[in-house]
Write a protein that binds this ligand. Structure first.
Ligand code: ZN
Length: 444
């Protein structure tokens, strides 16, 4: 049983229906029951949303929940708690678990655990290749039947072009996309950060932007040949954005995501830390793959986000244990624990006037849903339409808060943003009609 909830007098923004007005939202039986002014709802819990934005719950198409096998980094309970705190009501779980999500039984385990322990909806992504080894295709048909919404070897690229071509052809039978981590590893071999003046200054091996561009261009060519859908994970370079834009213009089925960190942070963070400083930081918490790039790359990603070349924002939430970051830069694990800072970090783009708030909300809701076709699994997801699932987020765009990683719900405290003030707060999250996160929301 879920309670009746009425969210009063918030600015309701639903990008799918272009609705943007002050209104009440009534939740009943886990669904949106009504939206309008002055709704009457006896015995409903009242949430006062004056001064707040009410939007569909965010959808993350790129989350590493680390479960099964790597629960010391994260598990389904902690990862989905972090999602709820970040305003996400759906997360798509990447298959680089141990064992990899490359067969039906692992997918069934994840769905069973999610049903028992998850705070928000979990949609599984199956592996492209057995053991994510890039040699032999996984049983994509079985994975699709088990409920996988896409296939990916993320963490690793599908480096063999013929395997990628077959994967695209096979996945298109089920009308599912291949999500590729685009990195030419022969160009990016042993790289630990972006190749540029910072890597030179720090004496660290860099990955050239061309390593991403080369892989993106290959995938676009293969998707075009196969007439299949490729989704480019975590786009981080100007050339990749341009390649996706050109491919879309000629009708290739390519979609793309960018992460909050690639939309806002540069490689200088690696050297000087997010708070800035004179001393060289070698901040392992800023070590991520693809690496944080140049300001020019960031600007291109933001422009791509604004014009829709980049369909959605995805966190690439990559939690790690403290010990995996508390070491020399070369040895440290790649990844940022991103669910809980995603909205606040992306709000920088709104606060700096680079994108509009409704656009940001679109790229966190209807954007990912349309990119991966998720509404065929969950009708109404990413919208506030009447009878859609009551996945709702309450946002305070003007509230400032300081990132304190030790207070994350995620087991992964690995963020370069510790101590940074962000403007834009997730006040409450409602997932399928249940309040799963509250941060000081006034409740009558
Ligand atoms: Zn990746």
């Amino acid at each position: 049983m879920t309670e009746r909830i009425i969210i009063r007098t918030g600015r309701v923004i639903d990008s799918a229906t272009k609705f943007d007005a002050i209104a009440d939202v009534l939740v009943e039986d886990g669904r949106i029951a009504a939206i309008g002014a002055g709704l009457v709802a006896d015995s409903a819990r009242e949430i006062d949303a004056r001064g707040l934005v009410v939007a569909p719950g965010f959808v993350d198409v790129h989350t590493h929940l680390r479960d099964p096998g790597l629960e010391y980094k994260e598990d389904i309970a902690s990862g989905t708690r972090a999602a709820a705190r970040g305003g996400f009501t759906t997360v798509c779980a990447m298959p680089n678990t141990e064992p990899a999500m490359d067969n039906r039984s692992v997918v069934e385990y994840v769905l069973r655990e999610a049903a028992a322990r998850a705070r928000v909806r979990v949609l599984p992504i199956g592996a492209v290749s057995k053991g994510r080894a890039g040699k032999e295709l996984a049983e994509l048909g079985d994975l699709a039947a088990a409920g996988c919404i896409a296939f990916s070897d993320d963490g690793a690229p599908v480096w063999d072009a013929t395997l990628m071509r077959r994967a695209l052809e096979y996945a298109s039978i089920f009308d599912l996309p291949i999500i590729d981590h685009c990195e030419d590893r022969s160009l990016a071999k042993d790289a630990v950060m972006h190749e540029g003046w910072v890597s030179t200054r720090l004496g660290l091996r860099g990955a050239p932007a061309a390593a991403e561009e080369a892989a993106v261009s290959r995938d676009i060519a293969l998707a075009e040949t196969a007439g299949a859908h490729v989704h480019i994970a975590h786009v981080s370079t100007r050339a990749a954005v341009d390649a996706v834009r050109r491919a879309k213009a000629r009708g290739v089925r390519v979609t793309a995501e960018a992460t909050p960190h690639h939309l806002t942070l540069t490689h200088e963070i690696v050297a000087f830390g997010a708070l800035g400083g004179e001393e060289l930081a070698y901040d392992t918490n800023a070590k991520v793959n693809p690496p944080l790039r140049s300001q020019d790359d960031v600007d291109a990603c933001v422009a791509g986000l604004a014009d829709g070349t980049i369909d959605c924002i995805a966190t690439d939430h990559a939690p790690h244990a403290v010990i995996e970051k508390l070491c020399e830069f070369d040895e440290a694990a790649f990844g940022i624990s991103g669910l809980e800072t995603a909205f606040g970090l992306c709000m920088r783009l709104v606060n700096e006037g680079r994108i509009e708030l409704p656009t940001l909300i679109a790229r966190l809701t209807v954007g990912p849903v349309c990119a991966l076709g998720l509404d065929r699994y969950v009708p109404g997801i990413g919208t506030l339409a009447v009878s859609a699932p009551a996945d709702i987020v309450l946002l305070d765009p003007s509230a400032e808060w300081v990132v304190e990683p030790e207070r994350f719900a995620s087991k992964g405290k690995n963020t370069p943003l510790g101590g940074v003030t962000l403007k834009g707060l997730v006040v409450a999250t409602i997932a399928q009609g249940r309040v799963v996160h509250e941060s000081g929301v006034p409740v009558a």
